[in-house]
Write a protein that binds this ligand. Structure first.
Ligand code: ZN
Length: 149
């Protein structure tokens, strides 16, 4: 097993066991429920944006496989303090990375999240990894629910 694969699995297991920001949110300005029918993952993402469009707080609830849950956990840990535009850019980079189309600038933008490049090896899990991001972007768009296909 390569070092990177090993690290990937450790991070996924850790965030799955102890998801960060795993709670509902009072007074959320944006929220959306996301569903991945391929795997059965269901997540709700909550966000609080300030009037300037900066993400003050973000959390999630739901149930799903380890990849969907750990991806949501890491996403919420990385979005606080970002602007709406930055959050959308990160989603674009993340999607490119898990489908193997990322450039160096994408991996730089993602920082620790680039651990999810390991998902490339498992194409059937790509939608698990992107569910939280899809749901977050749909919440910003003002949709109440979304599915990954
Ligand atoms: Zn899944």
């Amino acid at each position: 097993m390569s070092y990177k694969t090993d690290l990937y699995q450790q991070v996924i297991l850790d965030h799955n066991k102890k998801p960060r920001n795993f709670h509902t949110m009072e007074g959320a300005t944006h929220s959306c429920e996301g569903y991945n029918p391929l795997c059965g993952d269901r997540l709700t993402v909550y966000m609080k944006l300030d009037p300037a469009g900066v993400i003050d707080d973000v959390s999630f609830t739901g149930s799903g496989c380890a990849i969907s849950k750990s991806s949501a956990s890491m996403m919420t840990s990385n979005l606080k303090g970002k602007t709406e535009a930055q959050a959308r850019e990160m989603f674009g980079s993340f999607r490119k990375m898990v489908t193997g189309e990322a450039e160096n600038s994408d991996e730089e933008r993602l920082g620790k999240l680039s651990i999810f490049s390991g998902v490339r090896e498992y194409p059937s899990r790509v939608k698990c990894a992107t569910l939280a991001w899809h749901t977050m972007a749909s919440a910003l768009d003002g949709s109440g629910s979304t599915t990954t296909d």
